[in-house]
Design a protein around this ligand. Structure first.
Ligand SMILES: Nc1ncnc2c1ncn2[C@@H]1O[C@H](COP(=O)(O)OP(=O)(O)OP(=O)(O)O)[C@@H](O)[C@H]1O
Ligand SMILES: [Mg+2]
Length: 328
């Protein structure tokens, strides 16, 4: 895998025609290619402080930095499973360079578009009273979306395109889906509200709201399992091929393109930190589907990967996943 990353990097440096040529060259080796999009990747700076005092000098007890963003999480979990992807998105300035360095050191392949300004830094302060967060503002410039579309113009029906996370514009994912519609790639949307519903007419392969996001779409606050299936059915009727609704510690349900109802309970264990669990489910589902071409199997595997992340407190590794069930 490391060798492929190197060959891709070299190809990219020497290719002046545009990076899509470089991307296709790699994709040939792997038959399918998965593209993840993170419009606003970040540097996530996490510090723990014993007794956080606002307006005073606080000293960090421990600190860590990582590259953040839901698409990057999907790419990272796919890499842990031994599956190659290309992480796309927009980066800016020295923070953008740091994001690129950190993702490359994780073994990910990136093809970010450089834009003006600085990528954002998200600060998480872990204190006795919980987590205090400050998120930097969005930096991506909608006028540069055309460049992203150009990078996606070589997609094939075997490829996946994963759109994850919030976006400053409610139509940007629908716009991207419209531009790639002719290629027939499997598109996955993990978003909420209008950003998600505006995608439905472009017939995504899969959408993955969590329960809260699903309830919000229907202006509700709770639902029984049969009602969750009915709401998922309604979304399918609006155009998406498959719907997974993730249910946190209760696992996930799925309505398949043929209308089949599937359930996968979460394995037993103690959740440590569920951040990135949804992204892990998406990565695990794609991996499981490519290995088995079976929705039930893929859902079960996706749920195990989501839970492996929740139980280990880090994005799931193959070892952590193996503890929860057989490896595909
Ligand atoms: N408390 C938990 N116990 C066991 N598994 C969990 C727990 N929370 C999440 N998971 C696993 O992760 C999957 C996705 O979780 P969840 O429904 O919380 O996604 P999400 O809210 O979209 O997460 P994200 O914060 O990444 O957006 C679940 O289907 C389940 O497999
Ligand atoms: Mg989510």
């Amino acid at each position: 895998m490391t060798r492929s990353v190197n060959s891709w990097s070299e190809a990219r440096i020497h290719d002046s025609e545009g990076s899509i040529h470089a991307i296709r060259r790699i994709a040939i080796h792997f038959h399918i290619m998965i593209y993840t999009i993170t419009l606003n990747p970040s540097i996530d700076y996490t510090v723990s402080v014993k007794d956080l005092q606002i307006g005073k000098l606080n000293r960090a007890e421990s600190e860590s930095i990582r590259a953040g963003g839901k698409g990057l999480n999907v790419s990272a979990v796919l890499a842990n499973l031994g599956m190659k992807s290309v992480a796309l998105g927009f980066t800016a300035g020295v923070i953008g360079e740091a994001i690129e360095k950190l993702t490359l050191s994780q073994g990910l392949t990136t093809d970010f578009i450089g834009v003006e300004g600085e990528s954002r830094i998200n600060v998480k302060v872990l204190g006795v009273d919980g987590v205090t967060e400050i998120n930097g503002g969005a930096r991506f410039d909608e006028r540069r979306i055309a460049e992203l579309k150009r990078k996606l113009s070589g997609l094939t029906a075997d490829d996946y395109l994963v759109l994850s996370g919030n976006a400053p514009s409610e139509s940007v994912y629908a716009d991207l889906l419209e531009s790639v519609a002719e290629f027939g790639a499997k598109t996955v949307v993990d978003a909420s509200g209008k950003l998600l519903t505006s995608c439905l007419p472009y017939k995504p392969f899969l959408i993955k709201p969590n329960l809260l996001e699903l309830l919000e779409l229907f202006d509700r606050t709770e639902a029984r399992e049969d009602e969750i299936f009915e709401m998922a059915e309604k979304l399918r009727a609006l155009g998406t091929r498959n719907v997974i609704v993730s249910l946190g510690g209760d696992g996930a349900i799925m309505i398949t393109e043929s209308g089949k109802r599937l359930r996968a309970p979460a394995p037993k264990g103690k959740p440590v930190n569920t951040v990135g669990a949804g992204d892990s489910l998406v990565a695990g589902f794609i991996y499981g589907y490519e290995k088995s071409k079976d929705y039930a199997e893929a859902l079960r595997y996706g749920v195990n990967v989501g839970s492996a992340t929740a139980f280990s407190g880090e994005l799931a590794t193959k070892e952590e996943i193996a503890k929860l069930g057989e490896i595909l």
